[in-house]
Structure formats: structure tokens, C-alpha cells
Design a protein around this ligand. Structure first.
Ligand code: SF4
Ligand code: SF4
Length: 330
């Protein structure tokens, strides 16, 4: 991270969804946390304020100087996190220590058949969104992609990395690499998992939208639907991955409405959901109001964290795998 080059233009501040949220008071903002504070020896005094961001990358995208703001914030988190005791983050770490995943596992439909492809739903997809995982698995099967869902695969480590728990994230990677060695291909439904497996582990991992974009699909839904373009899909993986979601849905005939808020952070990522639930809730609430005002049936996304956080607002929120079907499933 360079600590030079900030021209104090304020673009990052205007882009930050936490700063503009009524519940985001107390967050000093990306320029302070990601550019100014890391330069000073007293940076540890930032405390839990270093964790009050969703890692949505909007500040970095807005920065005309190309500063790696989120990378610097992650480093700062790693330095300060050993002294932090946020209840939600402690609970997440305890869950990982107890049973290998960031949330309680509710999924029971394991498939351990010796296939060469592994479907890796991610912690939320094996927990509160287990029904999504069952649907996604059926879609892959209908598309001729035989796959395992392994009970031995644990959290990819991304949630822990995001809150600064580097050693625990590394230990999870070590455990997963033993399991992944049996597979040639990994498909995930979570952009955070895809990034972690692909860019941190270095394995061949694909997000579901990258798999579906080349398939012949049909819509399962009626009426007009809005998009929730996940931060970690569009700004984490790539804008082309976000375009793949659009391509999959329009190609299948889903009537989608493009809204200006569609790529704005919902508050579900970066440890915000566990660490600062009131802020995560407020951000989701404000987005849900914008979707309701547009008069759509609901929202389609491609990230379990977005689906979980927005779904709590009473919106109909579908994963992409729940919105389409393969031709032969009709
Ligand atoms: S990553 Fe997103 S939430 Fe975090 S400081 Fe940057 S714009 Fe704000
Ligand atoms: S957008 Fe970049 S250059 Fe502008 S204030 Fe923020 S960090 Fe500095």
C-alpha cells in the first residue's frame, strides 16, 4: 500500500455506503482508515473502527489516484484484531473452531460420490440458505454437471480474513486443500468463496454465474425483478462476472429492471453482518425501500450474504440458481 498520492478529493468518502448510512456514525471513512491511519505508529488506537466497513471496494473504485484502500484496511485489521472482542466476530470464530464453518450447519444433503467437480456452497449456503444449495445442486445436475458436496470442506477462510484473523484463515485453507486435492473443478455460489479459492488458494474455482452463462436456461419467475449485484462479484471478482449475472438472467428471459442502487452495498459483507448488525440492518433496510419503490416482484442476486441480509427485510430475494432452470427441467 502506498501512503502517498492522496489528493484529498473526497471521492472515496462520497462513494462509501457506510458513511452515508444513518447507522454508520463512528466510522471515520476510507481515507482515514485506509490511507492516513496506517502511516502512523499509533495506528492500533483505531480499535474496532477499523472493522466498521463492508469491504465493498466502492472507495477504491472511486479513487482517482488508484490507492489500494481496502488492502490497507485489511492489513490494519490484521494488526488490531487480536485485541478486539466484538461479540458477533467472536461467535463466528467459535463456530469455525467448533464445526469448521462461520455459521451453524443446517444442510444435510451431502454428495460424496467421487465426482471430479466439487460444488462448494459456502457457509451461508450450508446454514440458513440450505434450500438454495439444494436448488443449485439440482440445477447443476440437470445441466449434466455431476458433482460432490463434501461434508469435509470447511469455511474458505474469507470471513475470518476480512476481520483480520489471518492465522485461523490460513489453517482453514490448509484443511480445505487436502479435500480439494480430490477435485479438478470447484463451483461456488458465493463470490467471497470464489475469490478466496481462486486468488488466495490458487485453485480452479468458478462462480455459479460463470458456469451458467454458457448454458441454455429458462426463467422460473414471472413479473419484473431487480438485481442485487454483489460487491464481491462486481468489484471483488470482476465487472464481467457481474455482467455474467445479467447475461444469464436476460438470456433465460427473466424480465429485469436495472436500478441505480443495484450495485450499492447491502451491508452484508466484510464482517459487518456479524460485527455491526444494526448498521448492516440499516443499510439493507434502505436498499429494500429503494427496491420496493420500484414496484418489482423481488430481487435476484448471486451472493448468499446479500440474500441473507436483504431477505431479512421482507423482500423476495432469490439466488440466480433459484430464478432459472435448465431446458430439460421444465
Ligand atoms: S470498502 Fe466500502 S464500506 Fe469500506 S470504506 Fe470503502 S466504500 Fe466504505
Ligand atoms: S479518493 Fe483517493 S485520492 Fe481522493 S481522498 Fe480518497 S484516497 Fe484520497
Amino acid at each position: 500500500m502506498t501512503d502517498h498520492g492522496c489528493i484529498k478529493c473526497g471521492s472515496c468518502l462520497r462513494a462509501c455506503p457506510v458513511l452515508s448510512d444513518p447507522n454508520g456514525t463512528g466510522f471515520p471513512g476510507p481515507r482515514t482508515v485506509g490511507v492516513d491511519v496506517p502511516r502512523f505508529p499509533e495506528r492500533g488506537r483505531i480499535g474496532e473502527r477499523a472493522l466498521m466497513c463492508t469491504m465493498c471496494h466502492a472507495c477504491e473504485w472511486a479513487c482517482p489516484s488508484g490507492l489500494e484502500i481496502t488492502g490497507a484496511m485489511l492489513q490494519l485489521r490484521a494488526e488490531v484484531s487480536p485485541g478486539l472482542q466484538l461479540p458477533g466476530h467472536l461467535r463466528m470464530r467459535e463456530n469455525v473452531r467448533s464445526f469448521g464453518r462461520a455459521v451453524r450447519t443446517e444442510f444435510t444433503g451431502w454428495r460424496e460420490e467421487g465426482n471430479r467437480t466439487l460444488y462448494f456452497p459456502g457457509c451461508i449456503g450450508l446454514g440458513p440458505l440450505a434450500a438454495m444449495t439444494t436448488t443449485a445442486s439440482s440445477l447443476l445436475t440437470a445441466l449434466g454437471i455431476e458433482h460432490d458436496i463434501s461434508s469435509r470442506a470447511v469455511c474458505c477462510g474469507s470471513p475470518l480474513l476480512k476481520v483480520g484473523a489471518l492465522a485461523e484463515a490460513k489453517a482453514l485453507q490448509h484443511r480445505n486443500m487436502e479435500t480439494l486435492a480430490a477435485y479438478e473443478r470447484v463451483i461456488t455460489s458465493c463470490p467471497g468463496c470464489t475469490y478466496q479459492l481462486r486468488e488466495v488458494y490458487g485453485v480452479r474455482a468458478e462462480h455459479m454465474v460463470e458456469v451458467l452463462k454458457a448454458k441454455d436456461l429458462r426463467s422460473k419467475v414471472r413479473g419484473k425483478w431487480a438485481l442485487q449485484l454483489p460487491c464481491h462479484l462486481k468489484r471483488g471478482l470482476s465487472p464481467w462476472s457481474a455482467e455474467a449475472l445479467v447475461h444469464v438472467l436476460t438470456g433465460a428471459g427473466v424480465d429485469i429492471v436495472r436500478l441505480p442502487v443495484e450495485d450499492r452495498c447491502c451491508g452484508g459483507g466484510g464482517g459487518m453482518l456479524a460485527g455491526f448488525p444494526a448498521t448492516a440492518r440499516s443499510m439493507a433496510h434502505n436498499k429494500a425501500d429503494a427496491y420496493r419503490a420500484a414496484g418489482v416482484e423481488g430481487v435476484i442476486t448471486a451472493c448468499p450474504f446479500c440474500a441473507l441480509n436483504l431477505g431479512r427485510e421482507g423482500l423476495r430475494v432469490l439466488d440466480v440458481s433459484e430464478a432459472v432452470h435448465a431446458e430439460k427441467m421444465r
